[in-house]
Design a binder for this molecule. Structure first.
Ligand SMILES: *Cc1c(COP(=O)(O)O)cnc(C)c1O
Length: 308
């Protein structure tokens, strides 16, 4: 049951708990670790990591926060299936398949190709194992076309249209999950888990995570700056899209609970870092591979190469 106590965002804005669909799926708050060894080798004694990878017992990552809202709405709508999109190795599609299934929903993944790597076949196999229906198309134009066909086909089969989740779960409702993450961080800072961060680095692809964090930090009156490290093609990851998503989410939350501030996209505080993007999305760069090795060796943390 949703109560005003469920999550930090609802504790701050009880009005939102009455109006937003929400179902608890993950293990929150995610812990914060101090990276003493990695920090020492990078010349900083104030390096921390928020372990979003530990957000779920079966499967973690940043998508669970979004799915707690999106799948709650899917259930509310009476859908029997969810349909979503991603590249072949999409963490989002896999997380959706796993958590949808827990709630008794089937999932349909509309996938496009990406460079091959071990984690791609792992994710595909795990998704298949979770009973997800996997469809593969050569490009996103075909996906658009075929989505209509799949929606109709499933409507005829089950009597209901599948609930559609955008790529990465980055709709205003999905973004609310990461707005909540900022309030969660604020509580951890208040409890003394870590000092208020100067900068928060996030990998940046469908932009929901960065958008929600920026909005949440501003609403929570925290001063941390968000640095978005771009991992996808420039034409897909634009400041214009981020601004639209930010403003839509903010004014929507304000309309649901007037005590949530109606913030406008902050032109000044955004920083997009383009330095680490390789030739294409999902193609590991040499730097990413050595970064994965370094954090494994110094801190025992396993990362992957698409977002590292
Ligand atoms: C999806 C994903 C991201 C990017 O988050 P967006 O909200 O799509 O920008 C970063 N890291 C990992 C591991 C992811 O799976």
């Amino acid at each position: 049951m949703v109560t005003t106590e469920s999550i930090p965002l609802f504790r701050h804005y009880p009005g939102l708990s009455e109006r937003l669909p929400y179902i608890s799926l993950g293990e929150f708050p995610t812990p914060i670790d101090r990276l003493t060894n990695l920090g020492a080798s990078a010349g900083s004694d104030k390096l921390y990591i928020k372990r979003e990878d530990q957000s779920g017992r079966v499967y973690g990552g940043n998508k669970i926060r979004k799915l707690e809202f999106l799948l709650a709405e899917a259930l509310q709508s009476g859908a029997k299936e969810v349909l979503t999109f991603g590249a072949a190795g999409s963490n989002h599609c896999l997380a959706t398949a796993i958590y949808a299934r827990k709630l008794g929903l089937r999932s349909i993944s509309m996938l496009i190709p990406q460079p091959n790597a071990r984690n791609i076949s792992q994710n595909l196999l795990m998704g298949y194992h979770q009973g997800a229906e996997l469809h593969h198309y050569n490009n996103s134009f075909l996906v658009k076309l075929e989505t209509k066909y799949q929606l109709l086909k499933h409507r005829l089969k089950t009597g209901r249209f599948p609930y559609v989740i955008p790529p990465g779960g980055s709709s205003p409702l999905g973004v609310v999950g990461t707005v909540n993450a900022a309030f969660e961080l604020k509580e951890q800072v208040r409890e003394g888990v870590m000092p208020e961060p100067d900068r928060i680095y996030v990998a940046f692809s469908t932009m929901g995570t960065a958008t929600g964090l920026m909005l949440g930090l501003a609403a929570a009156k925290m001063k941390s700056r968000v640095i978005c490290v771009r991992t996808a093609e420039k034409k897909l990851v634009t400041e214009e899209k981020l601004r639209t998503l930010f403003n839509r989410t903010s004014s929507w939350l304000h309309s649901l609970d007037a005590s949530f501030p109606n913030l406008r996209y902050p032109e000044m505080s955004l920083e997009i870092n383009d330095d680490f993007f390789g030739e294409e999305y999902g193609l590991f760069t040499r730097e990413a591979v050595s970064a994965m090795k370094l954090i494994k060796e110094k801190e025992g943390i396993t990362l992957e190469g698409t977002y590292t």
